[in-house]
Design a protein around this ligand. Structure first.
Ligand code: TYM
Length: 346
């Protein structure tokens, strides 16, 4: 194990860690809520971007599919502009320290805290007895992902807010219990109109990889025609578009499509409403399709190129694992020392 010294974060605002599960296809919510924001921060922060395959298997994943999905997320990262030479892109299971620190956190985190996690309730559904224990302790592993790098900032979509709060609670309790300042309290960065992209079929439901309807989401690998078709089929209401945010009250589908349009065109909702006031949905959907195709088109093309020859991706991920392991092993050793584990080395 390397020494617990951290490489300095010189000239940067801090260290970012974030991740995506390789379950199903990357979609517009992942792009607007996460990857795109990461790309805009990479110059200012030291960044580690992870593909969290160990989180993925908290619910059943087909073994023959998991590797493909993992490479697809890596392709999405690179194609959407995350620079693999300036950032660390890696796979969670390639860095054993995540699981090792997670075990320590299983002993720090409280059952009462985990019982409040809404994601567990949502994912376990009615038959909780049949859920995996991994799904229950999922947030402890997520805390380890972040704290094993002493990350200071975590850019995510809004759905991850509660997990970030738990990460801060774990850091605080570990520091207090063991009389140390080892872990910083990481700050969530949740911002912009894309932080909560909703289903195209139901404006009250999050856009998600697990929604059975393919029309509920736009995938990052969708063709122009698929994007146009899904937007044409998106649920709307019968009114023309309003000119103010207040006018969107009680109109979740209109709000969602306008927020997506704002995020895709890098504007605020208010700015977009000035353009679209009084429009019918048919006119608006044409504009929205153009915006989605112009943003996603080049990313999709590059993703397909990367996926067709995975050697480049595999090389990036192998290099990423080396640098992630170097930092993570040092911090894990510091945590082990704080806990009082006997040294196995001298
Ligand atoms: P996951 O894989 O569900 O989603 C990855 C990222 O995409 C964001 N996201 C969305 N943003 C806006 N609208 C949506 N509809 C939408 N759907 C997904 C998520 O907020 C997230 O930022 N638990 C995490 C993965 C994780 C992680 C971590 C994240 C594991 N360890 C450490 C940050 C740091 C998850 O399930 O994300």
């Amino acid at each position: 194990m390397t020494s617990g010294l951290m490489p300095p974060i010189t000239g940067k605002k801090g260290r970012i860690l974030s991740g995506i599960q390789p379950t199903g296809n990357l979609h517009l919510g992942n792009y607007l809520g996460a990857i795109r924001n990461w790309a805009s921060m990479q110059a200012d922060y030291q960044c580690l971007f992870c593909i969290v395959d160990m989180h993925a298997i908290t619910v059943w994943q087909e073994p023959s599919e998991l590797g493909r999905a993992t490479r697809e997320v890596a392709a999405g990262y690179i194609a959407a502009g995350l620079d693999p030479s300036a950032n660390t892109l890696f796979v969670q299971s390639h860095v054993p320290a995540h699981a090792q620190l997670a075990w320590v956190f299983n002993c720090v985190s409280r059952l009462g805290w985990l019982n409040r996690m809404t994601q567990f309730k949502d994912k376990a559904g009615k038959n909780r007895e049949a859920a995996s224990s991994g799904l229950y302790v999922y947030p402890n592993l997520m805390a380890a992902d972040i704290l094993v790098y002493k990350a200071t900032h975590v850019p995510v979509g809004e759905d991850q807010k509660q997990h970030l709060e738990l990460t801060r609670d774990i850091a605080q309790k570990f520091n207090a219990d063991y009389g140390t300042q080892l872990f910083p309290l990481p700050k969530p960065i949740i911002q912009g109109p894309g932080m909560r992209v909703m289903s195209l079929r139901d404006g009250k439901k999050k856009m998600s990889k697990s929604d059975p309807s393919v029309y509920s989401r736009i995938n990052m690998t969708d063709s122009k025609d698929e994007i146009a078709h899904k937007i044409r089929k998106a649920t709307t209401d019968a009114q023309p578009l309003p000119g103010t945010v207040e006018g969107l009250e009680g109109r979740p589908e209109a709000s969602n499509l306008l927020n997506i349009y704002a995020a895709l065109t890098d504007r605020t909702l208010e700015q977009v409403l000035l353009e679209t006031e009084g429009w019918q949905f048919s006119q608006f959907k044409t504009k929205l399709t153009e915006a989605a195709v112009s943003v996603l088109g080049p990313i999709t093309t590059e993703m397909k190129r990367l996926i067709s020859d995975p050697r480049e991706i595999d090389h990036v991920l192998a290099r990423g694992a080396d640098s992630a392991n170097e930092i993570a092993n040092g911090v894990l050793q510091e945590a082990y020392n704080a806990v009082g584990f006997m040294s196995g080395r001298n």
